[in-house]
Design a binder for this molecule. Structure first.
Ligand SMILES: Nc1nc2c(c(=O)[nH]1)N[C@H]1C(S)=C(S)[C@@H](COP(=O)(O)OP(=O)(O)OC[C@H]3O[C@@H](n4cnc5c(=O)[nH]c(N)nc54)[C@H](O)[C@@H]3O)O[C@H]1N2
Ligand SMILES: Nc1nc2c(c(=O)[nH]1)N[C@H]1C(S)=C(S)[C@@H](COP(=O)(O)OP(=O)(O)OC[C@H]3O[C@@H](n4cnc5c(=O)[nH]c(N)nc54)[C@H](O)[C@@H]3O)O[C@H]1N2
Ligand code: SF4
Ligand SMILES: [Mo]
Length: 765
């Protein structure tokens, strides 16, 4: 039945030419079949029947903007930013506009499948949900009985990961659950923030954009990193004539708008940051009253940076000392309405927690925390949980607030990732509480050291494009006894799964409530706009059905998701209908500024202050103040491999989305024009890349440009996809991940620094 309905659905779509998405943000010219002037077209979708508007949270990227979804007769035609949503503010980025196109991608997974050929062959048989879930439960049961619950690893990311990497994993009893948004993205930042302020930055970086006067970006390539409200805030600052400082080895989109571009030598940012602190301290440009009242360790910091002069940093960073001085003064002139963006993807060189600490120290000297136009304090909204029995394992897989296990935790000597390491080191305090590092779980799947991980449940993680050294991940996929994948698309790793469970996309399903820490904390609704297409099911349903089959029914006591959501909403005096009546968003009051605390401290560190000097780091054998540590130089003939975002794509998720593929079908290799000339390579040539360990990928088109330093190349992440099931993305461009055979482990957070790989260029393409 679902299939028949699909055919009708798609024919209607083709006829109306809508639902392809990016039109709203980037103009409709590129969208064949889209009505040029819909307002005068009687065939326009919004004249075809009753428009139904539902509430959702965009899942095309982890920024999670609130969305109004407009559908007619069971077909989604358009998504708009929810004006009431603090992150959307009535708008969506180009990728978010592409949501319907993502949903109507004809290459989607359609039915549960069981592998029939060898792993990797991609040969599957379609089966019923009943059969697939029974089989998963049976195989999971075998693993638990043979080797215990911890022999299962659960990987998660994207909207519904909480049902798997948090709820299911904890109820099941494995500590080996991990999210890619942690150790491959922001765990060093959250670790550094927890050490310095006592709490993590949180999913929505609390820059008080409206009153901001000066921003410094370390990496953070806003504009290419296309988070909707971040771009809105940045554009507003630019419009107001605010000061923009872009520190980037590449002349990024943000750098084109900047007053100061600092084309830094990659990997040397900590030296720049220490020199900025030197200038602020020695020239008396810091906020002395703020430092006195709200920080500890200033004297140690001042002594530490005494010799970290701009001249010292200039020799390391390749930046003029005068520019370092001038930019520090410029930041100070606007303080406290002056911040360094906290950054998001910060797993760069393996010393990333220390670099992030240095960022936070500059911001603290500027007096920016809890000040209007600096950083506000973001609070999570108040809402109750659904009452449940205690978990077998406490501590979520991701997010920011995972607590370390107790001393006497029977799982305390388990491996893996920072929490494991923290336990081994006997560290039980506020720091090193980062959740398990995903990349560190690959090895025990292969080597069995310290014990063997036998099964993997992977939800919404593009395994072979997300985790560095995919060749090693393939070894793991061969060695595992059980691989279960929950996804929406036939991504590369799907061919390696034993059982594939196809999820309905975010536009077709309910989700747990979004409870967002913000200046105005809020609760947001995801509800289905239309029935799930094909034979797909929502993640909440899959998790519950699986849980009930493996004896965890007490952890899934709700009848269905609506009952679950109503129960949670009851704690704030509301129900689902009320939430809909409130346009899908319930906003609460925050306490954004220091003044809101009546003199008490908002900082949750042992001293109750911002810890410029970290006693905790000292006690555990780490540098209590950030030190600059050099990273390896590119060998002769090699370039450092840098990567980042494109505004029309998210990670390795949207390359196959028809409306977004059309905008940017393949990635390019940014190569310095001078270096290109020396190599005899021209703009537009297709080249192959080989890294320091002999891994190759390509061909990729060269973009010869003055906009990047000579010692590095840059490419957009997420391309070079090998899955033939992705009819548009297949074979387009090159994969940064395949060229990342190495990573540098951050000893404090467990983050995987990925910018430690080098490539050379071969013209044999
Ligand atoms: N369009 C789009 N936007 C996204 C996403 C997406 O997939 N697509 N994903 C979202 C997510 S989850 C994340 S984590 C963020 C990531 O986005 P960001 O947090 O902005 O990522 P960064 O790695 O900080 O920024 C990449 C920039 O760092 C520069 N860079 C490389 N090496 C160095 C160095 O050594 N020093 C300095 N100063 N700069 C360097 C690169 O040239 C590039 O311009 O983007 C978010 N926004
Ligand atoms: N080489 C390299 N590695 C990186 C990065 C990089 O820039 N370069 N960036 C890092 C960063 S910052 C992050 S946050 C992570 C991101 O890591 P991931 O979240 O793993 O990145 P994606 O490529 O978006 O993979 C999402 C997967 O979820 C699937 N999916 C999409 N929607 C749904 C859904 O509704 N349900 C289910 N079940 N599945 C869905 C997609 O098909 C895809 O397989 O990657 C990190 N790894
Ligand atoms: S920034 Fe764009 S892709 Fe990300 S959630 Fe918002 S609209 Fe969706
Ligand atoms: Mo990320």
């Amino acid at each position: 039945m679902a299939r028949a309905q699909l055919k009708i659905t798609r024919r209607q779509l083709l006829k109306s030419g809508a639902a392809v998405g990016v039109a709203g943000a980037i103009g409709s010219s590129g969208l064949r079949g889209a009505p040029a002037h819909a307002a005068t077209d009687d065939g326009a979708w919004y004249r075809q029947g009753q428009i139904r508007t539902t509430y959702n949270v965009c899942d095309i990227c982890p920024w999670h903007c609130g969305v109004l979804v407009h559908s007619v007769d069971g077909v989604v035609h358009k998504v708009d930013g929810n004006p009431k949503d603090p992150k959307a503010q009535g708008r969506l980025c180009a990728r978010g506009q592409g949501g319907p196109s993502f949903m109507y991608d004809p290459d989607r997974l359609r039915s549960p499948m069981v592998r029939t050929g060898p792993r990797g062959s991609g040969e599957f048989e379609e089966v019923t949900w009943e059969y697939a879930l029974d089989l998963v439960a049976q195989e999971l049961g075998k693993i638990k009985e043979r080797s215990g619950p911890e022999a299962l690893a659960v990987f998660g990311h994207t909207g519904g990961d909480g049902w798997f990497a948090d709820h299911f994993a904890q109820a099941w009893g494995t500590p080996n659950a991990a999210k890619s948004s942690s150790s491959l993205c922001l765990s060093p930042r959250e670790e550094a923030a927890t050490l310095t302020f006592g709490w993590p930055v949180g999913g929505h970086e609390p820059v008080d954009w409206d009153g901001l006067e000066c921003v410094a970006l370390i990496g953070s390539h806003i504009g290419e990193d296309a988070r909707n409200t971040v771009m809105q805030g940045f554009a507003g600052l630019h419009r107001r004539g605010g000061t923009i400082i872009a520190v980037d080895p590449r002349f990024s989109s943000a750098a084109t708008k900047a007053d100061h571009w600092l084309p830094i030598k990659p990997g040397t940012d900590t030296a720049l940051l220490l020199a900025w602190i030197h200038v602020l301290v020695t020239e008396g440009l810091y906020d002395a009253d703020y430092v006195e009242q709200w920080t500890t360790g200033f004297d140690e910091l001042a002594a530490h940076v005494e010799d970290k002069t701009p001249e010292w940093a200039a020799a390391i960073t390749d930046l003029p000392a005068d520019q370092i001085r001038e930019t520090a003064r410029s930041m100070a002139a606007h303080a406290p309405r002056s911040v360094i963006m906290p950054g998001r993807h910060v797993t760069w060189y393996g010393n990333d927690t220390q670099r992030m600490r240095a960022v936070f120290l500059v911001n603290s000297l500027l007096g920016a925390y809890g000040r209007e136009g600096g950083f506000y304090f973001n609070r999570a909204p108040y809402i109750g949980d659904y009452a449940l029995p205690p978990y077998a394992v406490e501590g979520s897989a991701g997010g920011c607030a995972a607590e370390p296990a107790e001393d006497d935790d029977p799982l305390g000597d388990l491996p893996l990732g920072p929490s494991g390491k923290a336990r081994a080191d006997g560290v039980q305090e506020a720091f090193l509480r980062g959740p398990t590092a995903m990349q560190e779980l690959i090895e025990p799947m292969i080597s069995g050291d310290p014990y063997r991980i036998e099964g993997l449940l992977v939800y919404g993680v593009n395994l072979l494009h997300t985790v560095p050294n995919p060749a090693r991940t393939l070894e793991a996929l061969k060695a595992l006894d059980l691989v279960v994948a929950v996804d929406v698309l036939p991504q590369e790793h799907i061919a390696w799964a034993d059982i594939v469970l196809p999820e309905a996309t975010y536009l077709e399903r309910y989700e747990d409530l979004y409870t967002i820490a913000h200046k105005t904390p809020y609760i947001a609704l995801r509800e289905p706009a239309v029935e799930p297409m094909y034979d797909t099911k929502p993640g909440w349903w899959i998790s519950k059905e699986l849980g009930e089959r493996v004896g965890l029914e007490s952890h899934y006591p709700w009848e269905d998701i609506e009952e679950y959501l109503d129960e949670r909403l009851r704690s704030v005096g509301a129900n689902l209908d009320d939430l809909r009546d409130a346009d899908g968003i319930i906003v609460q009051d925050g306490r954004p500024y220091l003044d809101d605390f009546d003199g008490s401290s908002p900082f949750d560190t042992p001293s109750g202050k911002i810890e410029l000097y970290s006693q905790l780091l000292a006690d555990t054998g780490h540098d209590p103040l950030p030190e600059y540590e050099p990273t390896d130089e590119p060998p002769d003939g090699y370039f450092r491999l840098l990567y980042g975002r494109h505004p029309a794509h998210t990670f390795a998720r949207t390359q196959n989305t028809p409306g977004l593929h059309r905008v940017y079908p393949e990635n390019e290799l940014w190569l310095n024009a001078g270096a290109a000339a020396e190599l005899g390579v021209s703009d537009g040539d297709r080249v192959m890349l080989e890294n320091q360990d002999g891994a190759t990928d390509g061909p990729i088109k060269v973009k010869a440009t003055q906009r990047i330093r000579r010692d590095a190349v840059f490419m957009v992440h997420g391309f070079g996809q090998a899955s033939e099931g992705l009819s548009r993305a297949h074979g387009q461009g090159a994969s940064d991940t395949k060229l990342q055979t190495r990573y540098q482990l951050d000893p404090i957070s467990g983050g995987a620094g990925m910018r430690v790989n080098f490539v050379r260029i071969s013209t044999e393409a």
